[in-house]
Design a protein around this ligand. Structure first.
Ligand code: CXF
Ligand code: ZN
Length: 384
């Protein structure tokens, strides 16, 4: 095939012209990568709630018109000058969380929110030089979380690209670049859950189920899985939930039930929805002395939680994370290997695969709670 290196590529993409307006499939132009950038051919991309929140305009991370999408895997088409860690043909995953490997956070072993993630509002939607690499009908399109994976080709800063094993199935491991890892890391990297512990996971979407899998990997003895959708029960049990609770079927608040069931509270609780009331409930549901509650779900911008601070005074730990506390370049290749060795499950999360043209339908299914993870393709059967 003739090389596309250095040239503008015309390809298919989902364009969000304005917030909450129907998404449209368009032919767009994608420029060649500049210095320290990588142009990636996207093979598979997941639908994450954050894409939907971005489309609704309730997160501080979207500038319209935009190409959404941030959970994906693909193949390097070409690299800009100065990129040495990957080359054309390598299999990679774009990721919303940079790892620049130079800032204080990147140099510290136990933190993962790289300085580059902290983009000031005026820079949201642009590459680091303040421009964009995508246009459609003469209009510039903005990047979403630096990834914009709902496009056949996308340009990503090298700090947001992770090289992975070529043998890994891209249509499966793509979901490790956000949802599953975000949940899975919480008990492992943040709570450091101990064998025999008792945990509760609020919300059994991809992130919550990832947290369940992480609790089990750490040796938790009792894992409460909480969701208002009884259809989640089966997959929840497959991944490690020992006690499924539907709060709609209770006569009292969920934290009261958890406190009663555990004789005083869970060792750890994980809120995986981003609902302020549940964030509070999860805090109350962990043990007053030494219990910990981890905020994993992302609330809409401007939401607040109010609670009686006495709930912290005996020594509860209240914290949160992005991307499971994992450092993308250091940890993601290992997560891919863990999937290959069947140490972590991914196939079980994927309830359907669809063509990129079905983006609208896939969002509807996610919002109706009828899907856990939908993976979209540009070429049928994820042909490379
Ligand atoms: C998001 C959370 C908000 C910042 C970008 C990534 N995580 C998962 O979708
Ligand atoms: Zn996501």
């Amino acid at each position: 095939m003739a090389t596309t290196k250095g040239q503008v590529i015309r390809c298919k993409a989902v364009v969000a012209w304005e917030k909450e307006q129907p998404l449209s499939i368009e032919e767009i132009e994608v420029e060649a990568p500049k210095a320290h950038e990588v142009r990636i051919k996207i093979i598979a991309t997941g639908v994450c709630h954050t894409d939907i929140s971005g489309w609704k305009g309730i997160l501080p991370y979207t500038r319209f018109p935009a190409v959404l999408g941030h959970e994906a895997a693909g193949i390097v088409e070409s690299v800009g000058t100065g990129v040495t860690f990957c080359k054309e043909g390598d299999h990679v995953m774009p990721i919303f969380l940079p790892q620049c490997q130079k800032c204080q956070v990147c140099k510290s072993p136990d933190k993962n929110i790289c300085d580059k993630f902290m983009v000031p509002p005026e820079k949201v939607g642009f590459m680091s030089d303040g421009t964009t690499r995508m246009t459609c009908k003469g209009k510039k399109l903005h990047h979403f979380l630096g990834t914009s994976t709902y496009s056949e080709y996308t340009v990503v800063d090298e700090s947001q690209v992770v090289k992975i094993n070529k043998d890994a199935p891209l249509d499966k491991v793509c979901i490790l670049s956000c949802g599953v890892s975000t949940g899975y890391g919480a008990p492992i990297k943040i709570a450091k859950e101990k064998p025999g512990s008792t945990c509760a996971v609020f919300g059994l979407g991809t992130v919550g189920l990832g947290a369940v899998m992480g609790c089990r990997a750490q040796g938790a003895k009792r894992i409460f899985g909480i969701d208002i959708n009884n259809d989640k029960k089966e997959i929840a049990k497959t991944l490690g939930v020992t006690d499924f609770i539907n709060p709609k079927e209770l006569g009292k608040p969920i934290h009261e039930v958890l406190i009663a069931e555990t004789n005083g509270g869970c060792d750890s609780t994980y809120e995986c929805i981003g609902n302020p009331d549940l964030i509070k409930s999860a805090l109350y549901a962990c043990k007053p002395v030494g219990g910990q509650s981890i905020v994993v779900g992302v609330p809409a911008q401007g939401k607040t939680v109010t609670f009686d601070p006495y709930n912290l005074l005996y020594g509860r730990v209240w914290t949160g994370e992005f991307y499971g506390g994992f450092k993308p370049k250091d940890d993601l290749p290992g997560l891919v290997e863990d999937y290959m060795k069947k140490k972590i499950m991914l196939d079980e999360f994927i309830t359907s695969t669809m063509a990129i043209e079905d983006i609208g339908k896939s969002i509807e299914l996610v919002l109706q709670g009828k899907a856990t993870k939908i993976v979209l393709y540009f070429k049928p059967n994820f042909v490379i």
